[in-house]
Design a protein. Sequence first.
Length: 175
Amino acid sequence: MASVFGHGIVGYTLVKVANKQNLKWLLLAAIFSTILPDFDVIGFNFGVAYSSPLGHRGFTHSIVFALLWAILLMFTLGRSNKVIWFLVIFVSTMSHGLLDAMTSGGKGVGFFIPFNNDRFFFPFQDIRVSPIGIGKFISERGVQVIFSEFKYIFMPCFIILAIRFLVFKFSKNKD
């Protein structure tokens, strides 16, 4: 998996691009949604096998889960701008699996669970897989993960945010 930092910056970027109103709850929900799929690691404590549809990178990384989660938040928290809420939460949640499918480890991502239990990776797998657990993350491997995410996640997000800033700045100057 990418780290919590790599996933979180994607949610932040999506909200800043999609929302001019600066909704704090949408920002928190989007960042949380980028991290939520990894709550499936709790299953390890209950004997859920990695390869199970409910195992790590299983159902919580699927398109169906992202749809259900986005619909739930759209109706419970998205009092206004329901379409923006749905799109941002759906893409934020899906971004988790998409990033995981670009990592250098694991057993793939179950994008199509519950309809198909196969796991998938993308041809591009240059994002270093993050170790599970804080203790293991504070290591040489953790530093390699951060550098990898900086190159493949943070830099593209910063570029997108810079373009957004420039577009809004120049569009305000025209008014």
